[in-house]
Design a protein around this ligand. Structure first.
Ligand code: F6P
Length: 396
């Protein structure tokens, strides 16, 4: 296993940089969005005001005494970062901390009337109910007569580009979600299908990203893989609580499956298949606390490592999961994907549209052509995507 020299971790301390804009502009916009979405009381408004001031100008503060997850956050670095500016600690950490603080402000965790209320739910439901979702579901009918291989490719690409449908991202990426997707910067789909065509079929893990119009195609892909013998069992890892605006929780899985069963035609058939697969254990939902950790997957706990080790393949969806999979560092873009994921206990794949600067596994010519064409925007604009696979341990 190659020991790579690790380049610096991304911070948000450079005004004008992408990470800085997320902390300085996107987070205040998310607070506004959440504030407008619910008839919160004065205490919640005051807490949101305090968070706005704290996350833009203040320092990281301890969690309130008695918070259910104090020890967890201490083990994730809270003591080390308390008292420091949000802009000077790892960007991955401060972004994750923002969502923890936001949930605190709206009373999501402590016992009380607002416990368990998802501040992002109105936006998630609006997306699921949007006419675009109807159009995407209706398009499934035209795939019914395609060959299984063509359908599989279409569903894989649906899941991949579904990652553009990210509500937080739309708050600050001009045109995101509306312009035509222009291309893959890496495409290891042959290796992915090779892993999923082994006999006997095994367990597939899918580490989900966003709810709504990303989760629906993820579920369709899982249904296809189960139905066509590419996997015996699928495990969908979602977030244990609302996170990064649109990240999928178990409630969002339920909403998505219900949305499918209530649709017409092929979509309804997929919905019924998923419902029964959940009923007989072919499809399981997991909500591990580490799914919301501010840390890279290289630091995953033993139980999770052991779980992934038993999979034929683990697929990481989306940008944030990619950052956590490869490490949120200034990797040269040509660093091999297999090297940065060498710690992972089994075959692993990433399906991601590019919405932050971290990228690995490109060839030098591709990177040069993209830079010449777009001067860096290709890394963050959600206009490009990748399918990357490290088949290690599978004889690949
Ligand atoms: O929903 P995704 O694909 O994980 O994208 C979320 C991305 O948006 C950001 O919050 C800001 O770009 C990133 O930090 C994160 O990687």
């Amino acid at each position: 296993m190659p020991q790579l020299p690790a380049p610096p971790v991304l911070l948000a301390d450079e005004p004008g940089s992408f990470p800085h804009s997320v902390l300085a502009e996107r987070h205040p916009a998310i607070i506004r969005q959440v504030r407008d979405a619910f008839p919160y009381g004065p205490g919640q408004h005051r807490a949101l005001d305090a968070l706005l001031a704290n996350c833009t100008e203040g320092v990281i503060e301890p969690l309130p005494g008695g918070a259910h997850d104090v020890e967890r956050w201490r083990s994730w670095g809270l003591d080390e970062y308390t008292g420091r500016s949000w802009f000077e600690v790892p960007w991955l950490w401060s972004e994750s901390w923002f969502y923890r603080c936001l949930l605190e402000a709206v009373g999501h965790f402590p016992p009380g009337p607002w416990q368990g209320i998802d501040p992002f739910r109105p936006a998630k439901l609006a997306e699921l109910d949007a006419p675009e979702t109807d159009e995407e579901l209706a398009a499934l009918d035209s795939l019914e007569h395609a060959t299984a291989a063509d359908r599989a490719t279409a569903l894989l690409h649906g899941s991949l580009w579904g990652n553009r449908a990210d509500l937080g991202f739309r708050l600050s990426a001009p045109g995101a979600g509306t312009t035509a997707a222009s291309g893959l910067v890496a495409d290891d789909s042959d290796a992915l299908w090779a892993l999923l065509s082994g006999r006997p079929p095994g367990t597939l893990f899918l580490v989900a990203d966003n709810a709504g119009r990303e989760l629906v195609p993820d579920l369709l892909l899982l249904a296809h893989l189960l139905e066509h013998g590419h996997a015996r069992r699928a495990v969908l890892h979602v977030k244990p609580h609302p996170y990064y605006v649109s990240d999928a929780t178990t409630a969002d899985v339920v909403d998505a499956v219900r949305r499918l069963t209530a649709a017409r035609g092929a979509a309804a058939r997929y919905g019924r298949f998923l419902w029964s697969a959940m009923g007989d254990g072919r499809l399981t939902v997991r909500a591990h606390p580490f799914s919301c950790a501010p840390l890279p997957y290289a630091d995953m706990p033993g139980d999770l490592r052991e779980e992934f080790a038993g999979g034929t393949l683990t697929v990481f969806k989306g940008d944030l999961n990619y950052r956590r999979l490869v490490g949120d560092r200034r990797w040269p873009a040509t660093t091999p994907f297999a090297d940065v994921t060498a710690y992972f206990p089994g075959p692993v794949a990433a399906l991601r549209t590019l919405k932050s600067e971290v990228v690995t596994g490109l060839d030098a010519a591709t990177e040069a052509a993209l830079d010449a064409e777009e001067d860096g925007y290709w890394r963050t604009g959600g206009t490009h995507a990748l399918i990357q696979v490290a088949s290690r341990g599978a004889g690949g």
